[in-house]
Design a protein around this ligand. Structure first.
Ligand SMILES: [Zn+2]
Length: 324
């Protein structure tokens, strides 16, 4: 595990320092993400073919609520997967306020020399500078700013730049699966299965029964049962994901494995913008834009354009500092 790349049509995809397009090339995660997309498409097809044709109301709910939610969910999923989550680039160097004071005060009285912040460097990232809010992710092989977790279902680490997409993916999947449940219940009632019949196990025998009502004869009971089961799994798993994200935001989360301190996350540190007040762009899977001051505080590094190909070293900074 770690940094991997592959070149397709001259573009380098992967998670190495030289990759042009971010992509986690982990086999298990690629399989899980493909299953995720396939599930959405199969539920869509099953609903379209089996569950709506009997009623104009069901068709309206499907076309105007389910399909838009599914569309937003899939775009958000795609953006979560291909967005660099906030990997620290080679040549990153500490913000001035994180610099050891002994460099800043090198010409002054030696009594004042002291370090106010330990500069961390990551051995697994070739000694690259590791900002205060970054943590090394072993699957992508990179230090990522504000790592939440690695999610195989989206085939990416969730970090500062894609957490919005991840939450939107869970949010729109939750809405689409709720709408799908409504469609399943509507059909159950229409087909005289009874209100409780949408619970698959109870309904098993009833689904095997051939009804005379239009739209109820086909398809086979297995595909109906499978659709019910999958929709309910998606509904509960996205509900739990959203609840976990809500708790992490409101109660704060640990920024590192050895760190006991809970770091509070402001909403605009996830969704972008300058304030914590809700803005409509939060609901759209558009790239997160942070104001400069928020961005600097979040990332905790700046780029040393003179040394892009090598990691930060204290003496490089001393040279740059003396010449500027
Ligand atoms: Zn690292």
């Amino acid at each position: 595990m770690g940094r991997k790349d592959c070149s397709v049509n001259g573009t380098l995809y992967g998670t190495s320092f030289g990759a042009e397009q971010w992509l986690v090339l982990n086999k298990v995660a690629i399989v899980c993400a493909s299953l995720n997309v396939s599930t959405h498409i199969l539920v869509f097809l099953s609903l379209a073919i089996n569950f709506i044709s009997y009623s104009p109301m069901a068709i309206i709910i499907f076309e105007f609520i389910y399909v838009p939610c599914l569309g937003f969910a899939l775009v958000s999923l795609f953006m979560t997967s291909i967005t660099d989550p906030g990997a620290v680039p080679m040549g990153a160097w500490p913000l001035e306020r994180y610099m050891p004071i002994e460099i800043e005060n090198q010409n002054e009285n030696s009594q004042t020399r002291n370090t106010r912040h330990t500069i961390e460097q990551c051995e697994k990232c070739e000694g690259n500078y590791k900002p205060p809010l970054a943590r090394h992710d072993k699957i992508s092989g990179r230090c990522v700013v504000k790592v939440d977790h690695f999610c195989p279902w989206v085939c990416n680490v969730i970090g500062v730049f894609n957490r919005k997409f991840f939450i939107l993916f869970a949010f729109y999947t939750f809405l689409s699966s709720t709408t799908a449940l409504v469609l399943l219940v509507m059909r159950s009632i229409h087909c005289s299965y009874g209100v409780g019949a949408w619970i698959p196990i109870i309904a098993w025998n009833k689904f095997n029964f051939d009804h005379d009502i239009v739209g109820c004869k086909k398809p086979s009971s297995f595909s109906i049962l499978a659709t019910h089961a999958v929709v309910m799994c998606v509904f509960f798993s996205t509900f739990v994901t959203l609840l976990a994200q809500y708790l992490a935001v409101t109660k704060g989360s640990r920024r590192g494995t050895n760190d006991s301190e809970l770091v509070k996350t402001e909403l605009n540190e996830i969704f972008g913008g300058s304030s914590n007040r809700f803005e409509w762009h939060w609901l759209l899977p558009l790239t997160v834009e942070f104001p400069d001051e928020v961005m600097e505080e979040l990332l905790g590094y700046q780029i040393d354009y003179f040394h892009r190909d090598q990691h930060w070293q204290q003496n490089y900074f001393a040279e740059s500092f003396n010449t500027s």
